[in-house]
Design a protein around this ligand. Structure first.
Ligand code: AMP
Length: 385
């Protein structure tokens, strides 16, 4: 049974004001920790042993004798032998006793089973607990169905390999590194069969995943990931903010496009097929005449999310788009939580967030500001699920 809103609200009613800001140690955790301490809150990272040095060592808060932070932004780290142990009864009890609210990120929803987050994790989440599942393309109800209902443009779905009549992208997980992508592009049914054979032989994809793969039109245009924020604490018409935009660096796709054509042709056959493993991010702004479209898209998403997954989207979310030659953004992926690229604005703030707040406003800081505002107004219950 999914955790009820009533139960979560009862939990935060017992919480100290302000609560401690906790997040899983990977993905965007530094942005969240940095934002928390900037807003005068305490940060807690839930780390996994063996991949915790970023938090336990390199960004750990150091304080002067009078208590002021002189270095770092990670106030506390709890290290687990595996991330999934966060939902153990003892860990949950400890989180509640410490007054921790969790900011969900992709590490939480990848490493802790979604059913455990939905049904068992009795710790308040600042965000939209029941929307984390829409990222799973294999679910019947996913981000594509929500975007469709919202009237937001998505890449045209191609029903099967035999219907491929233009450049298409085939989306399935990597054969062995299951959290990574085994995406590939093809332009015809024959090319599909040939490429599948090569990618299976190379160990990039597994034949069993092909039946549930999504095939869609490849949108020609640069990637813009729009990092929005929605606040339920203000009137609906003031709720949506655009904070900033990021793009990804994908290995080995980016390695390939940095090579002149002549050198690309010198590559081994198997190196010519790009993989889409995200290894970093860059920052962008969007042409100003496109901005209103971006806001319209965000408003539609907020309304559709409210209708389908009440109370809807809370806090940061990201619509990942390609912008085509007509300047039209098409959404190919959604993060119903903080996006993976927000570290690009860590401490400096996002361009649009800064313009709005007249100070450096990163996604992490905006989350913390929301928690602080809600806490000061006695409205924490309205931003948790
Ligand atoms: P995703 O896993 O959905 O975030 O997608 C990974 C990468 O695949 C993106 O950063 C894009 O470069 C690319 N991509 C995904 N879908 C499309 C599409 N329909 N058209 C063009 N590129 C896409």
């Amino acid at each position: 049974m999914p955790l009820s809103l009533t139960e979560v609200r009862a939990l935060v009613a017992q919480y100290p004001s302000p609560p401690v800001v906790g997040t899983v140690g990977s993905h965007s955790a530094l942005d969240v920790a940095d934002g928390a301490v900037t807003e005068g809150l305490s940060s807690l990272i839930l780390a996994q042993a063996g991949r915790d040095a970023t938090y336990t060592r390199y960004f750990r808060s150091v304080r002067a004798p009078d208590g002021t932070r002189t270095r770092g932004c990670v106030d506390d780290v709890w290290t687990f032998s595996k991330f999934a142990d966060i939902v153990s009864p003892a860990a949950q009890e400890r989180l509640r006793a410490a007054g921790v609210v969790l900011v969900p990120n992709r590490a939480l929803s990848s490493y802790v089973p979604l059913s455990a987050i939905e049904d068992d994790l009795r710790v308040p989440i600042v965000g939209s607990r029941m929307m984390l599942r829409i990222e799973e393309r294999s679910e019947r109800e996913n981000y594509y169905t929500l975007l469709e209902r919202a009237g937001i443009s998505t890449p045209r779905r191609i029903p099967g390999p035999d219907a491929i009549d233009r450049l298409a992208i085939v989306k399935l997980p990597h054969a062995t590194r299951r959290l990574e992508r085994g995406f590939f592009t093809v332009a015809s049914p024959e090319a599909y069969r040939a490429k599948v054979e090569r990618l299976v032989a190379r160990g990039t994809i597994a034949p069993d995943d092909l039946a549930t793969a999504r095939i869609e039109e490849y949108v020609l245009g640069p990637v813009f990931n729009f990092n929005y924020f929605f606040s339920p604490l203000v009137p609906r018409e003031e709720g949506l903010e655009l904070l900033g935009v990021d793009e990804r660096r994908e290995s080995n796709l980016d390695g390939l496009v940095r090579l002149p054509a002549a050198q690309q042709l010198e590559l081994n056959d198997s190196d010519r097929i790009p993989e889409y493993t995200v290894v970093g991010h860059g920052t962008l702004t969007v042409r100003e005449s496109i901005l209103e479209d971006v806001f319209r898209m965000g408003e539609k998403f907020v309304d559709a999310a409210r209708a389908q997954y009440p109370p809807g989207i809370i806090g940061p979310f990201c619509l990942q788009t390609c912008i085509d030659r007509n300047g039209r953004p098409t959404v190919f992926d959604v993060a119903a939580r903080i996006g993976g690229g927000t570290n690009v604005h860590l401490a400096l703030g996002h361009p649009y967030g800064n313009a709005l707040y007249r100070t450096a406003m990163s996604s992490g800081r905006r989350v913390a500001l929301e928690i602080r505002n809600a806490s000061e107004q006695g409205r924490l219950a309205e931003i948790v699920t």
